[in-house]
Write a protein that binds this ligand. Structure first.
Ligand code: 5GP
Ligand code: ZN
Length: 139
């Protein structure tokens, strides 16, 4: 879809730190890293959110989550992991291409900043982290 930032990530027009990819699903590090290893899982096909998703797409996307969650937890050394999905502006959705947030958690009261960061992330560090997670996904 034109003007969709995640479609541009799927097509490669915008770079991302990919942790997993198959024919239908892409997972990449969130640019904001609310916690270390914060990952987004998306269907490659553009769909606005879960409210507009058909069952086949839901099955495809959600079925990848356990494998990715385990890999992220292992690669980051996290103790736990939250799965969050925002649908529509009222629920905090800011990018209107469906995505599931996988948020590694490290201890009670760890930093969980779900705000969009304004500063430039360290892209080299993100690439390194993505490679570490990729290796665990492929284990
Ligand atoms: P939402 O608020 O819609 O649930 O989450 C959208 C997420 O997309 C935010 O956490 C934000 O940091 C992330 N995001 C926005 N633009 C980009 C981008 O260009 N690249 C990456 N990797 N993440 C992005
Ligand atoms: Zn899109």
């Amino acid at each position: 879809m034109e003007n969709c930032i995640f479609c541009k990530i799927v097509s490669g027009d915008i770079p991302s730190s990919k942790v997993y990819e198959d024919d239908d699903v892409l997972a990449f590090l969130d640019i904001s890293q609310a916690t270390n290893g914060h990952t987004l899982v998306i269907p490659k096909k553009h769909v606005r959110n879960v409210l507009e998703m058909d069952e086949a797409t839901a099955e495809t996307v959600f079925s990848r989550v356990p494998k990715l969650a385990r890999a992220i937890k292992k690669a980051t050394g996290a103790q736990g992991l939250n799965i969050i999905n925002n649908n529509e502006e009222a629920a905090g959705q800011t990018v209107f291409h469906a995505h599931i947030h996988l948020l590694p958690r490290y201890q009670e009261g760890d930093e969980f900043n779900f705000q969009f960061v304004q500063h430039e992330p360290d892209f080299a560090k993100l690439a390194e982290l993505a490679t570490t997670i990729q290796k665990e996904v492929n284990e």
